[in-house]
Write a protein that binds this ligand. Structure first.
Ligand SMILES: C[C@@]1(CC(=O)O)C2=NC(=C\c3[nH]c(c(CCC(=O)O)c3CC(=O)O)Cc3[nH]c(c(CC(=O)O)c3CCC(=O)O)/C=C3\N/C(=C\2)[C@@H](CCC(=O)O)[C@]3(C)CC(=O)O)/[C@H]1CCC(=O)O
Ligand SMILES: NC(=O)c1ccc[n+]([C@@H]2O[C@H](COP(=O)([O-])OP(=O)(O)OC[C@H]3O[C@@H](n4cnc5c(N)ncnc54)[C@H](O)[C@@H]3O)[C@@H](O)[C@H]2O)c1
Length: 212
């Protein structure tokens, strides 16, 4: 059954990661990249990267085995140990309202982590419903060829233009026409080639033409 895709804000949401190996590191990395500021790790051993994250104040580590009380107050719980019995014990300790990811048991997950194409605020998430994460990764790489780094600035440009258009004293129909014109590929092209002055002037022209 497909999942409900949701982009969530992680600030001040307590996240618990049980385990400190390669997979835990990947999950912690994506939590931090998404702005999580309250990440706790429980694991007897952790990777050098996780230690570096603790030094920079991005996570807190408890160097010991998991205890059921660890899940208390956690909004998000990720069980990423190499011991399936421990991962299952993490699941058993959680309550139904907690968001749970058990890395070796898709059937127990109340959320899964998608593959992600990241271009600043533009994010494209890919899920295979757990059928084949390798396919999600392959598609991510293919999409990364198509959605180049220029999409980061392009998204910000379109955001700024959209704010300006919405503030104009025009009929909704005219605003929609401008917004639609702004999505023309020439604006993407000028962003990609660094011709931002030309892009901004052309955009400005579109707005002022309609104003008058
Ligand atoms: C997308 C990505 C995000 C991330 O982890 O950040 C992610 N797995 C990635 C890679 C990957 N994972 C695995 C391989 C080895 C090849 C293979 O086994 O196929 C590779 C490929 C590689 O590493 O090259 C092994 C694996 N994965 C799961 C199991 C358990 C099982 O299926 O039973 C096993 C067997 C473990 C074992 O051997 O015991 C389960 C899950 N993995 C998911 C996400 C969720 C479903 C996503 C979806 O809907 O597709 C889900 C359900 C839970 C979760 O983890 O959230 C990330 C790609 C990031 C990127 O690079 O873009
Ligand atoms: N979902 C995914 O994307 C995915 C991908 C590959 C593998 N996996 C699964 O992830 C598991 C972990 O893989 P890894 O490469 O990170 O393993 P790893 O051997 O690198 O790390 C295992 C970690 O678990 C910790 N651990 C062990 N017992 C613990 C306990 N009682 N309490 C707390 N922490 C404990 C260890 O200290 C270690 O840090 C694999 O066994 C595999 O089943 C999932």
């Amino acid at each position: 059954m497909p999942y409900y895709p949701m982009m969530v804000q992680l600030r001040q949401k307590h996240c618990l990661v049980v385990g400190g190996g390669q997979i835990a590191e990947r999950k912690i990395g994506s939590l931090i990249a998404a702005g999580a500021d309250d990440v706790r790790v429980v694991s007897p051993s952790v990777t050098d990267m996780i230690i570096a994250w603790e030094r920079s104040g991005q996570v807190m580590i408890h160097h010991r085995p998991f205890e059921p009380a660890d899940v208390q107050a956690a909004v998000i719980v990720i069980a990423a140990t190499n011991d399936s019995a421990v991962n299952h014990a993490v699941y058993n300790a959680c309550l139904p309202h907690q968001w749970i990811n058990i890395v070796d048991r898709p059937d127990l997950c109340s959320f899964t982590v998608p593959s992600l194409v990241e271009r600043g605020d533009l994010q494209i998430a890919i899920s295979t419903g757990g059928h084949n994460p390798g396919l999600a990764k392959k598609l991510r790489r293919q999409l990364e060829q198509w959605i180049g780094p220029e999409y980061e600035a392009y998204t910000l440009f379109l955001g700024e233009m959209r704010r300006q258009v919405r503030a104009l004293d025009l009929h909704e129909k005219d605003k929609r026409a401008i917004l639609s014109e702004l999505l023309d590929d020439r604006f993407l092209h000028w962003t990609k080639t660094g011709e931002t002055r030309r892009r901004d002037l052309e955009a400005e022209l579109l707005l002022t033409k309609r104003k008058s």
